[in-house]
Design a protein. Structure first.
Length: 91
């Protein structure tokens, strides 16, 4: 499963979102966390249809998006999304 955090330099909420993902990752040892800065990689941000920062996207092992949050999600929201990203029968 992949957790993608899309950020920008002027985004104060992005640091709070990093902390939320770090807390959630303690319970998700197999998760990969990727951060994309919209200024550094505008093509990636455009391909993901990013309108706000922070945006968190959770994808399953096949790369299918199962969750998207614009703004700061809670740890329980991220963990619930992670359950959706697990293979059937793994939860």
């Amino acid at each position: 499963m992949e957790l993608t955090l899309v950020t920008s330099a002027f985004c104060g909420a992005c640091s709070r979102t990093r902390a939320v993902l770090a807390d959630a990752a303690r319970f998700l040892p197999d998760a990969t966390i990727t951060e994309i800065d919209v200024a550094q990689d505008p093509e990636a941000a455009e391909s993901l249809d990013i309108r706000f920062t922070p945006t968190v996207i959770v994808r399953d092992a096949a790369g299918v998006q199962v969750f998207r949050a614009e703004g700061v999600p809670t740890v329980p929201q991220v963990l619930a999304a992670a359950v959706k990203a697990l293979p059937e029968g793994a939860a």
